[in-house]
Design a protein around this ligand. Sequence first.
Ligand code: ADP
Length: 269
Amino acid sequence: MPKDAASKMIQELAMIAHELRRPIETIAKSAELVNRAQAMSALKEEKLHEIMDGIITNCHRLSLLTHNIMEIANIENGNVKLIVEKLDLNIFLDELKEFLSLYEYVHNVKFVFKVSLKDPLMTCDFKKLERIILNFVSNAVKYSKNTNRRVTITVSDKDEYITFSVKDRGIGIEKKNIDKIFDKFYRIESFSTRQTEGCGLGLTIVKRFIEVLNGEISVTSEVGKGSEFTVKIPRVSKSRGTACKILELSRSYQMYKTSVDEIFADIQK
Ligand code: ADP
């Protein structure tokens, strides 16, 4: 292996280890604490729930991280498969609105949709398109202050392209960092001062998906004022495919949920 490739690989492994370390340590410490305290019958039920919640959150964090890493590996091995369908974008957007309305309440955010389509028909891998938009939306919420949050989603068409943009009034991104945010594991906040969840893989995956869909991405941002992520995708996908990794992902989560539900039903007997 060339020296450059080897050192890049070691650097990536170090970044993965860095991201894995904190949740693993939290889980290990929590389990040890429960073990010791229970041996001394010193654990209040309320505290036990709190520790268990922490363990569950960190397990989900690890699971998401490993899924994202596997997904990046698949993409880099040229293994991105597509399900291309023809759909009325109004149907796609209605589903998105419905999903985001649940998010509005939980995350204290107002979503505004501005849709102006001369022709709403599009041929695309809608799971990937959804993933792209949801990643922008979740970042728009994450990187905005908790008060007066507002995210505007604009959809328009011109000639053979559909343009989707997600605009926030959040913390913004410095010009010098805009290109870097698409790099693997890149996060502007340093590990010690981080206030938000995330591992810096979302936009890397999104960028690769946009490439697969033959689209283009652009970002405009002003520190303290907000950011806008815009993606332009051909109305008719040039790519064809059969299977989709995202379906496999949601299936594996479903299997995990079912097995937890089954074990729970069993211990209640
Ligand atoms: P993460 O899981 O860290 O959010 P992403 O790959 O989605 O990973 O984003 C990479 C980095 O880009 C984030 O850590 C954040 O610093 C910056 N970023 C992304 N979206 C926004 C946004 N809307 N406003 C401000 N910063 C953003």
